[in-house]
Design a protein around this ligand. Structure first.
Ligand SMILES: [Zn+2]
Length: 180
């Protein structure tokens, strides 16, 4: 009886460890992207992690003209940060910087081979906005579902001067309330 209970406990612990490890590695699940939003008085900084499949429909370096066109179009949409992230105008934010990293697309760190796993590829993007009163940002409108039709769900983490929250945004929802 004791041995049986031990086994159950062990299995439960192993399951939990696997879940934590997958989360720490930024689990790669098609249709899902992760977004970390940090709001402070002078800046809103947004980190996006997404499987390339959500953005392109494939996860390798482009091989054909059609694939190259898809990459170019996706990069244009990603660099238009003011359309992807519409921050409450009360915060007075303007786009400052977009940084894109993706090993399969040859963007950013050339040695980011760790981002290519078992034929899967990802993109990591940082969007910075300079704000006159960032702490007054009451909401954020996210345009990722409009820009990328294959994206179904966004797992959000938000840190503001007033606290932290986690949320899941499902198509077609777009608004995240930042101040509660
Ligand atoms: Zn994949």
């Amino acid at each position: 009886m004791f041995a049986h209970r031990c086994l159950v406990t062990l299995i439960a612990a192993a399951g939990l460890t696997a879940a934590v490890a997958a989360q720490a590695a930024g689990a790669h699940e098609h249709g899902v992207a992760r977004l970390d939003v940090a709001v402070d008085a002078a800046r809103v900084s947004i980190l996006l992690e997404s499987p390339l499949d959500n953005l392109l429909g494939f996860e390798h370096a482009p091989r054909t003209d059609a694939e190259r066109e898809k990459v170019a179009a996706a990069l244009v949409r990603l660099r238009a940060s003011q359309a992807l992230f519409r921050i409450d105008s009360a915060a007075g934010c303007v786009p400052a910087r977009v940084d894109l990293q993706s090993a399969p697309l040859g963007l950013g760190r050339a040695t980011a081979g760790a981002q290519v796993k078992d034929g899967h590829g990802e993109l990591e993007a940082t969007f910075d906005f300079n704000c006159s009163q960032g702490a007054r940002a009451g909401f954020l409108e996210i345009g990722l579902f409009e820009a990328f039709p294959a994206l179904q769900r966004i797992e959000l983490q938000v840190a503001t001067p007033k606290g932290q929250l986690k949320a899941t945004l499902r198509r077609p929802a777009s608004r995240v309330v930042l101040v509660r």
